[in-house]
Design a binder for this molecule. Structure first.
Ligand SMILES: NC(=O)c1ccc[n+]([C@@H]2O[C@H](COP(=O)([O-])OP(=O)(O)OC[C@H]3O[C@@H](n4cnc5c(N)ncnc54)[C@H](OP(=O)(O)O)[C@@H]3O)[C@@H](O)[C@H]2O)c1
Length: 322
């Protein structure tokens, strides 16, 4: 079948190991189902994989892609849940130490077909296109859990989103606004700041600029470049929720004194559960909110999408169609 896969790793030139070609159909173990992919979306995770982060050499060649929407074996329109728990796991699968994401241990979604456990599909509502639904399983699910589960935020609370242009960040802005929060966002780029206002931010600021006040929570995916600013943006007792470190994990100053003196909470967040994906889908269906797609392209042109993400030239999600 047609597939976009990683053949080798390079930390400096990750696109060198990307192949657009043919791979065998995935195996379908007992209790799993085959989904025919109609659309799939790109995540920073796919670039990390080509850099050899989170993917073992022995697993190559590996079809990339965590996110997809398509048709299950009965022809139902479904969204694929990307977190694959170990067989005996019960409860919140994001706590399973042996879980993996599609494209880490099991073949990913950038292909004609993807095999997943039967429990890993969620009905796609008619209000979302396949392309929109394909944006949800990683970036949007991560944003949903950061805001509403790990952040515990509710209507009327205030939130700062760092690095407005990213896939997770645009989802955070849109979901926070749909959930009735007061939303501030930062970006290094003037054009991205303007677009952040269009998708729901109340106010936008240059990265690391002085803010006019404090917020209840900060959503952090940038890491080193914005950490200090995030801590300083919080009101006493506020929370920083972190799910990524795009600019690097090593901090110049972790702001430990401020963290204890202001009794701040530092909360990690990773992906989300199948139930949270179902709740996210219902939230979008009920509010009429749709994921922001930066660009749509046939899966054959996947390398162009990877290059745009590597260059930081993206606002919203890159979606591949079949
Ligand atoms: N834990 C999880 O489950 C999970 C799930 C999804 C993603 N993630 C992680 O979250 C991060 C974001 O993912 P994504 O798919 O949204 O990536 P992305 O689309 O590439 O977004 C990255 C954003 O980070 C900002 N940024 C990068 N370098 C920066 C710097 N030096 N200074 C300030 N801002 C900077 C940029 O914002 P501006 O250009 O607007 O300034 C950019 O929009 C990645 O590290 C990813 O691995 C984790």
């Amino acid at each position: 079948m047609f597939a976009v896969y990683a053949e080798s790793f390079s930390s400096d030139t990750p696109l060198d190991g990307l192949v657009v070609g043919e791979r065998p159909d995935p195996e379908v173990p007992d209790g799993w189902t085959m989904v025919t992919v109609k659309a799939a979306s790109l995540n920073h995770h796919d670039l990390w994989s080509l850099r050899g982060v989170g993917l073992r050499e022995e697993a190559l060649p590996m079809i990339l892609g965590c996110d997809a929407a398509g048709l299950d074996e009965d022809g139902n329109e479904v969204v694929v849940h990307a977190v694959i728990p170990s067989a005996s796991w019960t409860g919140d699968e994001t706590f399973d130490p042996r879980r993996s994401l599609l494209s880490e241990r099991h073949q990913g979604t950038f292909a004609d077909k993807v095999a997943v456990p039967r429990a890993n599909v969620v009905p796609k509502p008619a209000s979302l296109s396949f392309e929109e639904a394909a944006c949800l399983p990683t970036a949007w699910l991560t944003a949903y859990r950061m805001l509403f589960t790990q952040g515990g935020l509710k209507a009327g609370d205030s939130v700062l989103v760092q690095g407005a242009g990213g896939g997770v960040a645009t989802a955070l802005i849109t979901l926070a606004r749909a959930g009735g929060l007061r939303v501030w966002a930062t970006s290094r780029d003037e054009a991205k700041r303007s677009r952040a206002l269009e998708i729901g931010a109340h106010e936008v600021f240059e990265s690391n600029a002085k803010l006019p006040g404090k917020v209840d929570a900060v959503m952090e995916t940038v890491g080193r470049a914005t950490w200090s600013h995030s801590i300083r943006a919080l009101r006493p007792g506020g929370a920083i929720v972190i799910s990524g470190t795009t600019s690097g994990p090593k901090l110049d100053d972790a702001e430990l004194t401020r963290i204890f003196f202001l009794q701040l909470r530092v909360v990690g967040s990773t992906m989300g559960t199948r139930q949270e994906l179902a709740s996210l889908v219902q939230m979008l269906d009920a509010t009429g909110t749709t994921p922001l797609i930066d660009r749509l392209m046939p899966m054959e042109q996947a390398a162009d999408g990877f290059a745009a993400m590597a260059d930081g030239d993206v606002f919203g999600k890159v979606v591949f169609t079949r």
